[in-house]
Ligand binder design. Structure first.
Ligand code: 13P
Ligand code: SF4
Length: 332
């Protein structure tokens, strides 16, 4: 049956009143989905805020690793995804590729006892579990520096997966040496050894874009997400997670121009006459955009009918070790 947007919103609100559900949405979701959410935020905030809620069902509007993190932290909750969307970066590494990276380090003369793995939250539960088993932990874009600073106190080398940009950006900020597995340098010489994963959306921003805006609007500020290439972050005025970017931009004086390097939906919601998208190509995350209002309605209907769609299931062992890796982060 076909519904208008207004009818869908009405039906979603009716289900929200009737069922024990909480609707959660990441900042990159489409406007109409973002607007009907009860909880919004960056990856870390969503994991923490959703854990504190008591509803039986979590309707997670975002990508798979985010919904999985909620399930891992709160195994008793039933987490359903309106769309089984998967972050392209998280897909770049699985448990087998993680093991192969460890092997490559061993062959380069770095034994397991000298490696502390850290995984960006943008990874699937099997990778988080591998990291947990090796004594490592998870980080997000909002706490990566703090987590890496603490981890380095163990005197080991950090294997950082999957985002090479975030790993390199933190290394640059802290004056540490980094390398990327397979880049031809010796991992034994680096403090932070990065897996060669990346976000294709954040790769769209270039130094030319920054130069263009700086020339066109002298005095403009450039604010970007740390998934951007190190050359972009180095040339910017502010680097932060999605929520940190929102705070930075909304705290600026009204007449301050700012060009923002992150996903389109979020930047567009912040758009005023002084806020610009730092790219001539629309930086949309295809998988974040997959979830529609209709999908939210369908998943709520499926809960009401007793056969929830796209429910996240994680096997016991993966659940146990991924939880340890996530809780080590939350403890900090
Ligand atoms: P945040 O943790 O900053 O919300 O980022 C998640 C993400 O996927 C960015 O591309
Ligand atoms: Fe993944 Fe990039 Fe999309 Fe973020 S923007 S969810 S890192 S593909």
């Amino acid at each position: 049956m076909k519904f208008t947007t207004e009818q869908l919103k009405e039906k979603i609100n009716e289900y929200k009143k009737k069922l024990s559900v909480i609707v959660v949405a990441h900042h990159y979701q489409r406007d109409e989905v973002f607007e009907i959410a009860d909880i919004t935020g960056d990856s870390l905030e969503l994991a923490i805020k959703t854990k504190a809620d008591n509803s039986e069902f979590v309707v997670f509007c975002g990508v798979g690793f985010m919904g999985q993190s909620v399930k891992v932290l709160s195994p008793n909750k039933r987490v359903v995804m309106p769309k089984a969307a998967c972050c392209a970066m998280a897909k770049m590494i699985d448990g087998m590729q993680f093991d192969a990276s460890i092997k490559a380090l061993n062959e380069a003369g770095v034994p397991n006892e000298n490696i502390l793995p850290i995984t960006y939250i943008n990874s699937n539960a099997d990778v988080k579990a591998k990291v947990g088993q090796m004594g490592g932990m998870v980080c997000t874009s909002s706490n990566a520096k703090k987590i890496i600073t603490t981890a380095l106190q163990e005197g080991k080398k950090i294997l950082f997966v999957p985002d090479r940009c975030l790993g390199q950006n933190i290394a640059n900020q802290m004056g540490l040496k980094s390398c990327v597995i397979g880049d031809g340098t010796n991992p034994a010489d680096a403090d932070i050894i990065c897996f060669n994963g990346f976000c294709s959306v954040h790769q769209l921003f270039t130094v030319d874009d920054i130069n263009f805006y700086r020339k066109k609007y002298p005095g403009i500020l450039i604010a970007v997400h740390p998934e951007c290439d190190p050359a972009i972050c180095d040339a910017s005025d502010f680097v932060g997670s999605t929520s940190q970017l929102i705070k930075f931009i909304t705290d600026l004086p009204e007449d301050q121009k700012v060009a923002v390097g992150t996903e389109f939906n979020m930047v567009n919601r912040l758009r005023s006459k002084n806020t610009y998208v730092l790219s001539s190509t629309k930086p949309e995350c295809p998988t974040m955009n997959e979830t529609t209002l209709r999908d939210v309605y369908d998943v709520l209907k499926s809960i009401d009918e007793g056969e929830p769609l796209n429910e996240i299931q994680i096997d016991e062992n993966t659940q146990k070790w991924a939880k340890i890796a996530l809780e080590r982060m939350l403890a900090l």
